[in-house]
Design a protein around this ligand. Sequence first.
Ligand code: AMP
Length: 141
Amino acid sequence: MTGYDDQNIFAKILRGEIPSFKVDETDRTFAFLDIMPRSPGHTLVIPKAPARGILDITEDDLAAVARTAKRIAIAAMKAFSADGIIIQQFSEPASGQVVLHLHMHVMPVREGIALLPAQTVKADMDVLADHARRMIAALAG
Ligand code: AMP
């Protein structure tokens, strides 16, 4: 395993160098919509501190990511009338990880509707903007 590269795309999102559909932020975490969602509301939760994956993240940052993922999951159930939630986290390219800054996928699922394959279709920006608004409203209660 090599080290953390601060030129990865999520590090750029955290620094505000690349736009994102932000839905939530805490002192330790940032959450935004996946631009190639596998289901409506597919959200990524990342630590603000540098970490490639599960192997190098601090326990405190991992706990913070998990806490945010739970809040996102509850909001996504409401915002997308979901029946369940899939959480996924890949560490290292051999596992399927593409972006080497730890991220937890939070994907709302509806009964009988399969997830799209990973990274197939870039969603329409207006649709993502609407989904972000729905998530933000659900997170606000
Ligand atoms: P993985 O590293 O395989 O766990 O997945 C990386 C995820 O990041 C994929 O689901 C991509 O669709 C997503 N992704 C890549 N670039 C961006 C971006 N600029 N904004 C939001 N999501 C992204």
